[in-house]
Design a binder for this molecule. Sequence first.
Ligand code: FES
Length: 106
Amino acid sequence: MPHRQRYLFVCTNRREEGHPKGSCAQKGSEEIVKSLKAALLARGAAKTVRACSASCLDMCETGVSIVVEPDHVVYGDVKLEDIDAIADAAAKGEIVARLVVARGEK
Ligand code: FES
């Protein structure tokens, strides 16, 4: 498989119930990564954009967290209802500004 133009790393870290930091899996990220993969496939974008499960991205407070590369931004508080917007943007090489909670230097 070729290297993709864009990667969406979805935190699927799960902590034990009651942990003060919580975790993205407890907020539904396992379903989100599955839905995101399906949404990219449905758009014919699976060969250019890859959605991957990731361990903790250290953005737990604003999870569900997704790191978008090479844009070098973090989406936070992602819900299932955001999947279409994320897949549409990724397929076009764009980001969803309303979901960005952190930006890094490229
Ligand atoms: S548990 Fe998801 S960013 Fe830490």
